[in-house]
Design a protein around this ligand. Structure first.
Ligand SMILES: Cc1cc2nc3c(=O)[nH]c(=O)nc-3n(C[C@H](O)[C@H](O)[C@H](O)COP(=O)(O)OP(=O)(O)OC[C@H]3O[C@@H](n4cnc5c(N)ncnc54)[C@H](O)[C@@H]3O)c2cc1C
Ligand code: SF4
Length: 535
């Protein structure tokens, strides 16, 4: 009989781990803070329809106090989160952290951070898995399983050289006009770009081009950022609903897990949490535990458990995140054209840059601008607001953004620990970049600029934006899987070497972080652990 397992967290990692255990006939209890969103408004309306059909469109788009409007002088990111998604980042009372060199994001929502993700799904290749203590084949089949569950669109093209093929790929989402223009330009200069190690192709995206279960295909409503009303854009809360159909599944929300209680020996006896509505402490007896609270929160729970149960205040080294550079561009071929708001909103194209070592591959996602929040972009133009707005309107259909991702490695300089200043211990995070990072970033920026120029696109001077570490939200590396047993590592099946019945099934166990967005691998790895270690 499969031992009962208590999972902490309902994000991408937790729900796919849970679903695999349930399908094998196991029982799962899931503890979660579990903030909840609202049901999408007017599900058949396009973005423009919402502006005319909603009773209070300003309240919907900007929030009851216009909190989503950025005033001049605010130096914000190019990405913004609309009011309908605020719940994703709403922390439990008393939550806090400190950091230096790192700006983390935390989610306490049903479904976690991927309730607001952009769906990019990229399998790792054998070179990128070199530091993982298992062969590539062990993960490959689980990519296929996750693709079957969530629906991944894409196709075999020039980017396939960087991404191994896996199980079912649904036909890609229809290209918007601007993306189509970029592909046509690429067809003309393909050989020249390839000689320079640059390749363009379709991104792999967890958005349906055909129905899957109760989810409908993308109908190009242009509302992706505000929450897809058709369920076409995958979110982990969809898999949570699937788990809830199993008799052996119990979901308990409103619990902020603080630590694991160990008692005598090295087995976790109970999970201890704070009930959000009363603040009372609650204990849950456990057989096996799977921490899937997101790499940083799982690390915090582990650190707090070491402090309370073993009296050890430790520092976990090796935190990783992908450095990201945002590069807005103007496609000269698109000048004077109209943009269509009835288009899929997120990236449909990717730019891959090869490197002398395959582990240094640089990965770009290209988003052409349609209905996304535009004011963060306008703010960045080095002109006054009214001139910037006029120029922006004239250029709208020609604008795009490449989000360039860089790999990261585990280094001792980057760590997570508990700070001593507060009554309840809080997370303290420190990060400093690799010495060779500036050279890698400068070289990639110039390669991306050159590639774009070949596609008849220019990056306006001063607009490339190096995002702060933490912004990519691909956290990993604090309790790595390793072949050799060592303190504060896990086995190949993500089983803790400190606590026998504890598994860490999110990014905390990754020993290397390739440039590709991590979530598809988080899900596949969680399935791998559930399949192999929960017999
Ligand atoms: C804007 C945006 C776009 C993104 N786009 C992409 C993309 O295109 N491709 C990609 O691969 N990735 C993307 N990501 C990253 C992706 O969202 C994360 O990699 C993924 O959500 C991590 O999943 P997780 O399950 O490990 O953790 P999380 O998503 O952080 O989930 C953590 C879960 O644990 C629960 N929890 C946390 N602490 C506690 C506690 N103390 N007690 C109880 N429960 C707790 C939370 O409620 C939540 O359910 C994006 C992220 C953002 C913010
Ligand atoms: S365009 Fe976006 S919001 Fe509209 S159906 Fe497609 S995924 Fe959903």
């Amino acid at each position: 009989m499969i031992p009962a397992v208590t999972v902490v967290g309902s994000g991408a990692s937790g729900v796919h781990f849970a679903l695999s255990v349930l399908r094998k006939g196991g029982t799962v209890r899931m503890l979660d803070v579990g903030r909840r969103g609202r049901v999408p408004v007017l599900p058949d309306a396009s973005l423009d329809d919402l502006k005319t059909q909603l009773e209070d469109p300003a309240g919907y788009f900007l929030g009851p106090r216009y909190g989503a409007a950025l005033l001049p002088g605010v130096d914000d990111e190019y990405y913004g989160i609309p009011p309908s998604k605020d719940y994703v980042f709403d922390p439990p009372g008393g939550f806090g952290h400190s950091s230096s060199g790192f700006a983390p994001l935390f989610s306490f929502a049903r479904g976690g951070l991927a309730e607001v993700w952009t769906g990019g799904c990229y399998p790792l290749n054998a070179d990128e898995l070199e530091d993982f203590p298992f062969p590539h084949a062990d993960l490959a089949t689980h990519y296929a399983e996750v693709a079957r569950r969530i629906g991944v669109t894409g196709e075999e093209d020039d980017l396939s050289r960087f991404m191994p093929t896996h199980g079912p790929l649904l036909p890609p989402i229809r290209l918007d006009r601007h993306s189509d223009t970029l592909m046509s330009s690429y067809a003309r200069v393909r050989e020249r770009l390839n000689r320079r190690g640059a390749y363009l192709g379709r991104t792999r995206v967890a958005t349906l081009s055909q129905p899957l279960g109760t989810r409908q295909a993308c109908d190009h409503l242009g509302r992706c950022l505000w929450g897809c009303p058709r369920g076409a854009l995958y979110t982990p809360s969809q898999t949570l609903l699937e788990c809830q159909e199993y008799q052996g599944f119990e979901y308990i929300s409103g619990i902020d897990v603080t630590h694991l209680h160990v008692g005598a020996g090295t087995r976790v006896r109970t999970i201890v949490g704070r009930t959000l509505d009363t603040g009372a402490e609650r204990e849950f007896p456990v057989d096996r535990v799977a921490l899937a609270a997101g790499a940083l929160q799982s690390t915090r729970i582990f650190l707090a458990s070491m402090l309370r149960e073993a009296g050890q205040r430790i520092r976990l080294r090796g935190l990783m995140d992908n450095r990201q550079v945002l590069m807005p561009f103007v496609n000269l071929t698109m000048l004077g054209q109209q943009f269509s708001p009835d288009s899929y909103q997120y990236h449909l194209l990717g730019l891959g840059l090869d490197a002398s070592s395959p582990r240094d591959y640089v990965h770009g996602q290209i988003t052409t601008l349609k209905t996304a929040l535009v004011h963060p972009l306008i703010q960045k133009l080095p002109l006054d607001l009214s001139t910037s707005t006029s120029i922006f309107r004239a250029l709208h259909a020609a604008l795009g953004l490449v989000n360039v991702n860089f790999r990261d490695t585990r280094r001792d300089d980057n760590y997570v620990e508990l700070s001593a200043e507060h009554a309840a211990p809080r997370l303290h995070i420190h990060y400093s970049p690799d010495a060779d990072e500036p050279a890698r970033v400068t070289s990639a920026i110039s390669r991306v600029k050159r590639s774009l120029l070949s596609l008849n696109c220019v990056v306006p001077p001063g607009m490339a934006h190096i995002r702060p570490m933490g912004a990519s939200v691909h956290y990993a590396g604090t309790l790595p899987m390793s072949r050799a047993a060592a303190p504060f590592t896990t086995t190949e099946y993500c089983q803790s070497r400190e606590f026998d019945n504890l598994f860490l099934v999110d990014g905390a166990t990754f020993p290397f972080l390739p440039a590709k967005n991590i979530t598809f691998t988080l899900m596949a790895n969680a399935v791998r652990v559930a399949e192999a270690a929960f017999q």
